[in-house]
Design a protein around this ligand. Sequence first.
Ligand SMILES: Nc1ncnc2c1ncn2[C@@H]1O[C@H](COP(=O)(O)OP(=O)(O)OP(=O)(O)O)[C@@H](O)[C@H]1O
Ligand SMILES: [Mg+2]
Length: 280
Amino acid sequence: MIVPILTNISVPKAWASADYFNQEVIEMAQLEVKNLTKYYKDVLALTEVNFTVGKGEFVSIIGPSGSGKTTLIRCINRLVDATDGSIHYEGTDLLTLKGSPLRHARAKIGMIFQHYNLVTRLTVIENVLHGRLGYKSNIAGVLGIYSEHEKEKAIEVLSLVGLEKYVYRRCDQLSGGQMQRVGIARALVQDPAIILCDEPISSLDPSSAKIIMDYLRKIQNELGITIIVNLHQVDVAKKYAERILGFNSGRLVFDASPSDLTTDTIHHIYGAEAGELIIN
Ligand SMILES: Nc1ncnc2c1ncn2[C@@H]1O[C@H](COP(=O)(O)OP(=O)(O)OP(=O)(O)O)[C@@H](O)[C@H]1O
Ligand SMILES: [Mg+2]
């Protein structure tokens, strides 16, 4: 049972109940996940997952450890191969792509990781420019050849996350919060339509975590980039997301707005682990 799915697409409640919810709105879906199933050998990590995401939405994914959150994110950007189902991005099934079409689609989908995934012996700008690799030939990428425009763009996105003074600093001289801001800048320099984040604040103290979440919100608001973020912190998901997807044992069991995240629905998503997560 999935509770309480308002609509297949996240739209304001008033729209969902009105005539507004028509074919035109359905066609606005940017990402459409259908019957997504993933086995790791005999471990079933995702079971027939279905949802759509509209352009510019801020979606949080929550659920207990092992419920399939990371697997879902990794299926979307093809870091792991799904076993069955489809993931349409702007009309193309990402799961069928190979070679350069796959590289181009991936360039439009930025990724932010819990442990930042930076090359810490390199400078901030070198790490950010790695976000351009999806647009380059292998040779240019290996030789680290970037245009002046790409370097300007890297500095611009570093300013956007408040790191303009750290452009030439080595990443191993940064705090965790600063490293995650480099991670955001590296995703932004890709010129993405969607940014996927896997536990972006789990390694950070509360004040750095707030800064990162505020930047994600700013990116969504000002650049119109869709944000899909896995979070362990239910209160943070509730505060920032416009829509929450809840997973349990690889199944999508909740798809609704944060205001529908009640004690009962948290129990439904987290089962026995819900006790310490109940928020007022
Ligand atoms: N590479 C892998 N090989 C085998 N099983 C895996 C692999 N990665 C994940 N799994 C299994 O798939 C299921 C879903 O794992 P996943 O990492 O997606 O969960 P999660 O919700 O992200 O958990 P967490 O909150 O702990 O990060 C779990 O049962 C996990 O043990
Ligand atoms: Mg995970």
